[in-house]
Design a protein around this ligand. Structure first.
Ligand code: GRF
Length: 225
């Protein structure tokens, strides 16, 4: 998403400048994907900036973001009477930080409907399996990998998708697979899939930075130049 800012001045031709896309990264756990995004910004692969990290509770990820000097906020749904108030609080925080794209990187709470509709097709989630299999409410962490192994799947992988009103249901942006080897433990599979995620999530963000994503219903077309 190239963000164009027109300067408010009295020139006959408006001065048009580009500003960096502002990300809000939502986290609930270790935050290794968050650290990877920070690295990808620092090494120049991504042009975005992380305007904000949001978590529902204190966790390793929020500690890392604070150490990195990024504005970090805990917004706990338990502190609000209901989803509407929780959503309004998130929206206020996101608007204040002028966020363009939300990235869910291991965030375990449901995104309130008001945020989903305000940020339609502008919320990415990374899921550690090949959706639509092994997703949905309660499918997170080792439960996903255990279920893949128990089913006897020969491949698993990672999915980056847009977020809609249901857990893990929105249109798929990118997907990539890894083999499930005999004898793999859930931890082995998680480690392999994390390595994939470190490629896939920055790649998806880069597509948005460069306006290469076209969404038509469930189909996400990647515009390659
Ligand atoms: C990742 O496996 C991601 O797919 C899932 O949560 C995990 C987050 O890992 N949504 P980390 O906190 O980034 O290490």
């Amino acid at each position: 998403m190239a963000v164009i800012q027109e300067n408010d001045c009295n020139l006959s031709t408006p001065l048009v400048t580009f500003r960096r896309m502002k990300l809000a990264v939502f986290v609930s756990g270790r935050g290794t994907n968050l650290l990877n995004i920070i690295n990808k910004i620092n090494d120049g692969f991504l042009r975005s900036e992380i305007a904000l990290v949001i978590s529902n509770h204190d966790c390793e990820a929020i500690e890392s973001s604070m150490r990195a000097g990024i504005q970090s906020v805990i917004v706990d749904p338990k502190d609000f009477p209901g989803e509407v108030e929780f959503g309004n609080s998130l929206l206020r925080t996101l608007n204040e930080a002028r966020v363009d794209l939300i990235v869910l990187a291991g965030y375990l709470k449901k995104i309130p409907d008001a945020v989903v509709s305000k940020f339609k097709n502008k919320i990415l989630n990374i899921h550690p399996a090949l959706l639509p299999s092994f997703g949905g409410k309660g499918m997170y962490g080792m439960k996903v990998h255990q279920a893949v192994i128990d089913y006897g799947c020969k491949v698993s992988g990672a999915t980056v998708h847009l977020v809609d009103a249901e857990y893990d249901r929105g249109p798929v942006v990118l997907q990539r697979c890894v083999p499930v080897d005999s004898g793999d433990t859930p931890e082995d599979l998680a480690a392999k899939i994390h390595q994939l995620e470190y490629q896939l999530l920055p790649e998806a963000i880069e597509l948005f930075e460069n306006n290469k994503v076209k969404v038509e219903g469930r189909k996400v077309q990647i515009l390659r130049s």
